[in-house]
Write a protein that binds this ligand. Structure first.
Ligand code: VGL
Ligand code: ZN
Length: 218
């Protein structure tokens, strides 16, 4: 089956494969570290490789610790809408914010840091949670005539999901390699994300399906 469309320029976007999202981290995604080896094996197939890095100041407004009387995973109302409160994670310069030690970061052509503005969280690699502040990724991809993106990383139901949906809304052909992602799965968020991606034309496939399809098309 051909998942890759011909005549499309493709970029690999690796979302938030950082210590805090791996076992032992502050916002550990179950089996989050299991994505590292399969992602490393993808790099040789791409010229354009973008890594995102969740990169919060300690005073970030998405941290429950910065809201008196709130616990992680409760929801608060922000000027831009509702926001889940998280445990402190991916604090700028700390070990938890570093990429997983086995991830081949040397392969990155771009490292895009997000969530740096203390007042706005940023799940998506394209637009912050206010739905309007751009990260600059769309401009970068446009300048390189890229119109197809392959998404992998953490977490399937948050940063990967929001990135995929924004990319689809901007007109990219979007593929999510499901076995190169792991989910947080909060109150059914994974099922909801899978359904929404499916109905928005995003292909959810395995790395092998992608590679066997891509080998004669890339
Ligand atoms: C993420 C929650 C908070 C993610 C980042 O990478 O999916 N989730 N910050
Ligand atoms: Zn975050």
């Amino acid at each position: 089956m051909a998942f890759m469309e011909k005549n499309l320029e493709t970029a690999l976007v690796v979302i938030d494969v950082q210590n805090d999202f791996c076992p032992g981290g502050h916002l550990a995604v179950p089996d989050g570290d299991q994505v590292v080896q399969p992602i490393n094996q993808l790099f040789e197939n791409f010229t354009h490789i973008i890594f995102t890095q969740d990169w919060h100041p300690a005073v970030h407004s998405s941290f429950a610790s910065n809201h008196h009387g709130f616990e992680p995973y409760q929801t608060v109302s922000m000027p831009y809408g509702s926001q889940i409160l998280w445990p402190d994670h991916c604090i700028q310069g700390e070990r938890g914010a570093e990429f997983h030690a086995q991830l081949d970061v040397n392969q990155a052509s771009v490292i895009l840091r997000k969530g740096t503005n203390k007042d706005i969280d940023s799940y998506s690699a394209f637009v912050e949670n206010d739905q309007k502040t751009p990260t600059g990724l769309h401009g970068y991809l446009k300048e390189h005539n890229i119109n197809q993106i392959v998404l992998v990383g953490l977490a399937t139901d948050f940063c990967v999901y929001y990135s995929a949906m924004d990319a689809a809304a901007k007109g990219y052909n979007v593929l999510v390699l499901i076995d190169c992602c792991r989910a947080i799965d909060l109150d059914g968020s994974l099922q909801q994300a899978q359904k929404a991606m499916g109905t928005n034309g995003i292909s959810l496939i395995t790395a092998n399906e992608f590679l066997s399809s891509a080998s004669h098309e890339l």
